[in-house]
Ligand binder design. Structure first.
Ligand code: PRP
Ligand code: HPA
Length: 189
């Protein structure tokens, strides 16, 4: 992803509105961690971070976990092929044997679900004991992939392009501690 100027980023921040505050996000991590702590108590799972977006949610969640776990990462991204269909491009497949293991995927957002559905399908080929998905955000719309649901959701978010908490605006602003979107009247035509 190519660089954009600091001026453009500052303009973006001025045109942004906060949809979910850092306080609400922090509370969501605590709620999610409480659910995960109940579910995984004694199960000794592998927590697999879906890079890049899952990095910050996982980092925040992991400090609240009370069950023993190992941490790995996976890197896959959606792209549109020449036919306009969504494909998943693998950048890093985990180099860990997950056969017979409980696996918890952690990502930032469940949008259409293309990414997590494809990752889960791929991981299931290795016969893990379980594969579950935890996301900070669920984007609310009716364009989800068929026959797939995530298991642990922090918060619902409106059907807008959002950034912060791991999610990027042209590769930037993943570090923002709340969830932001461009103000409706500032979205370019
Ligand atoms: O539910 P979906 O419609 O599949 O979209 C969600 C996925 O898209 C984003 O990743 P992206 O491929 O943009 O890469 P990134 O993690 O590097 O931002 C996000 O981090 C999720 O993994
Ligand atoms: O709204 C979004 N923001 C950032 N990355 C994303 N990937 C899917 N949806 C989004």
């Amino acid at each position: 992803m190519s660089q954009i100027s600091n001026k453009e980023i500052e303009q973006t921040l001025r045109n942004s509105e906060c949809l979910i505050s850092s306080i609400e996000v922090a509370a969501a991590y605590e709620r999610l961690a409480a659910q995960l702590n109940l579910h995984y108590a004694g199960l000794n799972p592998i927590v697999m971070v879906v890079m890049n977006g899952g990095l910050i949610p996982a980092g925040q969640l992991l400090t609240h976990l009370t069950f023993y776990h190992r941490m790995h990462y996976i890197h896959a991204s959606r792209y549109r092929d020449n036919e306009g269909t969504n494909e998943l491009s693998w950048k890093f497949k985990p180099d860990v044997d997950i056969t017979g293991e409980h696996v918890l995927l952690v990502d930032d957002i469940f949008d259409e679900g293309i990414t997590l559905k494809a990752i889960v399908e791929e991981l299931k080929k290795e016969n893990p004991k379980s594969v579950d998905c935890c996301v900070l955000l669920n984007k609310v719309h009716d364009r989800k992939v068929d026959d797939f649901k995530v298991d642990f959701v922090g918060l619902d978010v409106d059907d807008r392009y959002v950034y912060g908490c791991g999610m990027d605006f042209h590769g930037y602003l993943r570090h923002l501690p709340g969830i932001y979107a461009i103000k409706e009247d500032k979205i370019p035509e």
